[in-house]
Design a protein around this ligand. Structure first.
Ligand code: NAD
Length: 464
């Protein structure tokens, strides 16, 4: 008899084990795929209105149960409870967007008619089939729903590879979809680590939608290359913000502090590099550090907590190394110690560095934690050059009083999303996409629904 491997779910706040969950084996993955393949055939034929009804119910259940779901999320990944609650509640907004727009977007279209030659041209939208949704842990409800909700609505079945760090939430999502009336096997949460994720790619799946690091995204792209299937990768970022000389630096500091430290800095679009015009740089740094200092670090279950533990213990080493590398090259600590906190759990002391430059890892490699570097710049040209000096291309922003000035700068940055006087923001209505090492493809917006379908072009000539 083969022994079932267990996945240990650890609470990052305490370091204690929450639960042991049975991992799937490669045989389980194969069976899950076969069951999904079978279930998808009738799901695709079902009227879209019926699919919409089920996903609508799922959205309502998310809100109804958000308090208990948030407790689970906070326990397993350490996100401050208030932030867990708002993520789950706000996921309904995304579900609503998808259910409201799906029907018209996948309706059959007649695009040309020539009665003289009895000719018609039309387009239909077919589901891809069985897709893999391989997901990250930092916003599991958002980034999961961005994929599986439109995928299910458009008639696909989903193998959902929950992150090993948020597997309990992944299992809750499956239970909720079932409760909403989703037929069996259309959404299956696959439990395990990266090796089990790789097993999904061994199956004859029809598409892979991945959210995670550039390193894993590259492996997924290679594994999928010869399959000739749809591959979408939403990867990391090193997102810059430039604060111009004409702004109210206090207002800018407030927006950027939240953008850098929300979710304890573990957001793909968190502000990770700050460039400030030299004429206001000292004032900005002082204001920025005062704000971060006022953020309460502690138990994520307490209402006042804004910064909790990091989800992955290993990231503490990464952050300490980035800070030490910067200090060795001449950076200055203006807030924090740049080290883990001496307490149980994966806590890192919120840290701000000044006198940084692009020779330092802190300005080049994704940090994904409560640490940020601030670099003084002499001009817009200087800022634009530095903002562009990256392999990533997720978001970039400018704080300034002139929209034209912001536009000139942001037009030069090669990234999927740009912000004027705001940051760290995602809209359901807009495409969410990365360039370069931040990925390929998109989710959200209307295009984030149709990307789960394949168009079929119809040429019709009726008989005399
Ligand atoms: P990760 O790459 O370590 O893991 C992501 C998922 O891939 C997990 O479920 C993991 O088990 C699985 N996996 C690992 N190896 C695999 C393999 N060989 N084959 C198949 N699956 C495999 O990333 P993470 O730590 O979970 O997430 C953090 C990263 O995600 C950060 O870089 C962050 O910026 C990025 N992210 C990007 C977005 C975006 O929208 N662009 C959103 C959220 C997170």
């Amino acid at each position: 008899m083969v022994e079932t491997k267990m996945l240990t779910v650890v609470n990052p706040t305490t370091g204690e084990t929450i639960r042991e969950v049975p991992q799937h084996s490669s045989d389980d993955v194969k069976k899950a795929f076969e069951a999904a393949k079978e279930a998808q055939k009738s799901w695709a034929k079902q009227d879209v209105s019926e699919r919409i009804e089920i996903l609508d119910r799922f959205g309502k259940l998310l809100v109804e149960k958000h308090e208990s779901l948030a407790e689970i999320l906070t326990d397993e990944m350490g996100k401050p409870l208030q932030q867990s609650k708002s993520e789950i509640r706000a996921t309904k907004i995304r579900v609503d967007f998808f259910t409201e727009n799906c029907k018209s977007l996948i309706a059959e279209e007649l695009v040309f008619e020539d009665p003289k030659h009895r000719m018609q041209e039309g387009i239909t939208h077919e589901p891809l089939g069985v897709i893999a949704n391989i997901s990250a842990w930092n916003y599991p409800y958002f980034i999961g729903a961005n994929v599986y909700v439109p995928a299910l609505l458009t008639g696909n079945a989903v193998l959902y590879k929950a992150s090993e760090f948020t597997v309990l939430s992944g299992l809750e999502m499956e239970a909720l979809l079932k409760e909403a009336g989703l037929p069996d096997h259309l959404f299956q949460t696959i439990v395990g680590d990266g090796a089990i994720g790789a097993e999904i790619l061994e199956q004859p799946i029809d598409g892979v939608f991945f959210t995670g690091s550039f390193a894993t995204g590259s492996k997924i792209a290679s594994a999928a290359a010869s399959k000739m299937i749809k591959v979408q990768l939403e990867l990391g970022g090193k997102d810059p913000i430039y604060v111009c000389d004409d702004v109210d630096y206090q207002v800018a500091a407030e927006g950027i502090a939240e953008g850098a430290f929300y979710n304890s800095g573990q957001s793909c679009c968190a502000v990770e590099r700050i460039y400030v015009h030299e004429s206001i740089c000292d004032d900005f740094i002082e204001e920025f550090c005062d704000l971060i200092e006022s953020y309460s670090v502690g138990d994520p279950k307490e209402d006042k907590t804004l910064i909790g533990p990091l989800t992955r213990k290993e990231q503490l080493d990464v952050l300490e190394d980035q800070v030490q590398d910067a200090l060795d090259k001449g950076a200055k600590l203006v807030l924090g110690t740049g080290k883990r906190l001496d307490r149980p759990g994966n806590y890192f002391d919120p840290t701000v560095l000044a006198n940084v430059d692009h020779s330092m890892k802190i300005m080049r490699e994704e940090s994904f934690g409560p640490v940020v570097g601030i670099q003084s710049v002499a001009s817009d040209e200087d800022a634009t050059r530095l903002m562009s000096d990256t392999e990533y291309g997720l978001t970039a922003g400018v704080y300034c009083n002139s929209g034209t000035r912001a536009e000139v700068i942001l037009n030069q940055i090669n990234c999927g999303t740009v912000y004027w006087n705001c940051c760290d923001r995602v809209s359901t209505r807009l495409p969410w996409s990365g360039r370069g090492h931040s990925g390929v493809g998109l989710t959200l917006s209307k295009a984030g629904i149709t990307c789960f379908t394949k168009p079929k072009a119809w040429h019709w000539r009726s008989p005399d």
